[in-house]
Design a protein around this ligand. Structure first.
Ligand code: AMP
Ligand code: ZN
Ligand code: FE
Ligand code: FE
Length: 286
C-alpha cells in the first residue's frame, strides 16, 4: 500500500462517497497525504476540511480536475493547492458545471430517442447538487436494468464513441493550465495514457508534443502512478516525467463507482518525495 493518493472523487462530482466517508476510508487504508480532486468543482472542500479536523496527521491538498478537449478526445488537468476561495474562479467553475448539465440533458434525450426509459428527473436526483457527469447517467441506466455495471453503460451508450455521447463545452488544455496557474493551482496532466478500467479512455495522442506545449504555459506535473496502470506504463510515464522535468504524481482516481476491480484509495500513488516537490512548487507559485 502507498502513503500518498492525489486523485479522489466525492459526491460533489461523480464519486459515490461523501468527503467524510471517503476520508474515513483513506485513513483506514493508511494514507498520509490525499487530494480531493472533483470534476469542475471545489464545493466538496469545505466538508473535506471539516471532516479532516478529526485526523490531524492526515495532509489534505485542495484540488480540482478540469476536463479539456482536443480534436477527437479529451485531456484532464488536475490543479493542486488551488485557491478555491477565489470568487472569480468560482464563477468560471459554475459556468463549466452549467455546460455539464446541458450536455447531460442532451445525452438523456439521445438515450430516450434510442428507446431507453431514462428520466432526466431521476438523473438529476442521482446527481443531487453535484457537478453532473456521465457516471450519474450510467447509474440511471444500471438502475433500469439495461446493463449490469456502470462501465457497461459507457461501452454501450455514453462512451466517446457511443451512440448517446454528447460533446462538452470546449476548453483547451493550455487554457486550463493557464487558468489553474492564475488561481494558484499546480497544473498536472491526469492519466496521460490508456487505462484498461475505463473503456473509452485511450492515451493522449501526440503526448510528447502536448507535454512540450503545456510545459511552456505552466504545466508542472503529470500522473505516473495511476489507477490500474501496469509496471510498463508506469516506467514509460516516469521516463517522460523525467524528460520533461515534471513532478511524477498519481493516485487511484477512486469514485466508489460500483465497477468490479476499481482501484481503491491507497492502492496506487506517488512517493512522498512527489508531495514534497508539489509543496515546493506551491511555495514558488504563491
Ligand atoms: P464526464 O466528466 O461526464 O465526461 O465523465 C467522465 C467520468 O466518467 C470519468 O472521470 C470516469 O469517472 C468515468 N468514466 C469514463 N469512462 C468510463 C468507463 N469506460 N467506465 C466507467 N467509468 C468511466
Ligand atoms: Zn469522474
Ligand atoms: Fe479524469
Ligand atoms: Fe478523476
Amino acid at each position: 500500500m502507498v502513503e500518498v493518493d492525489l486523485h479522489l472523487h466525492t459526491t460533489f462530482s461523480d464519486g459515490t462517497l461523501s468527503p467524510t466517508n471517503l476520508l474515513e476510508m483513506c485513513v483506514r487504508k493508511g494514507l498520509r497525504v490525499i487530494c480531493i480532486s472533483d470534476h469542475d468543482t471545489t464545493n466538496g472542500l469545505e466538508e473535506t476540511f471539516a471532516a479532516g479536523s478529526a485526523y490531524p496527521e492526515l495532509v489534505i491538498i485542495p484540488g480540482i480536475e478540469l476536463s479539456t478537449d482536443v480534436p477527437g478526445s479529451e485531456i484532464h488537468i488536475l490543479g493542486y493547492f488551488i485557491d478555491y476561495l477565489n470568487n472569480d474562479l468560482q464563477q468560471i467553475l459554475s459556468k463549466f458545471r452549467e455546460g455539464r448539465e446541458d450536455r447531460a440533458i442532451g445525452m438523456v434525450r439521445k438515450l430516450n430517442e434510442m428507446g431507453l426509459e431514462i428520466s432526466w428527473e431521476r438523473v438529476k436526483e442521482i446527481a443531487g447538487d453535484a457537478s453532473i457527469g456521465r457516471p450519474h447517467i450510467a447509474q440511471a441506466i444500471v438502475e433500469k436494468g439495461y446493463v449490469q455495471y456502470p462501465k457497461d453503460a459507457f461501452d454501450k451508450y455514453i462512451g466517446r464513441e457511443g451512440p448517446a455521447y454528447v460533446e462538452r463545452m470546449k476548453l483547451t488544455p493550455s487554457d486550463a493550465v493557464k487558468m489553474l496557474v492564475k488561481y494558484g493551482g499546480i497544473p498536472v496532466m491526469a492519466h496521460p495514457t490508456y487505462s484498461e478500467a475505463k473503456s473509452d479512455r485511450e492515451g493522449v495522442k501526440s503526448l510528447r508534443e502536448i507535454l512540450g506545449e503545456l510545459k511552456d504555459v505552466g504545466l508542472m506535473g503529470m500522473e505516473v502512478y495511476y489507477g490500474d496502470y501496469t509496471e510498463d506504463q508506469i516506467a514509460y510515464l516516469k521516463n517522460l516525467s523525467d524528460e520533461f522535468d515534471l513532478i511524477p504524481c498519481g493516485g487511484s482516481d477512486y469514485h466508489a463507482s460500483g465497477n468490479p476491480g476499481e482501484p481503491e484509495p491507497g492502492s496506487v500513488g506517488p512517493p512522498l518525495s512527489s508531495y514534497n516537490a508539489l509543496v515546493e512548487a506551491r511555495d514558488r507559485l504563491h
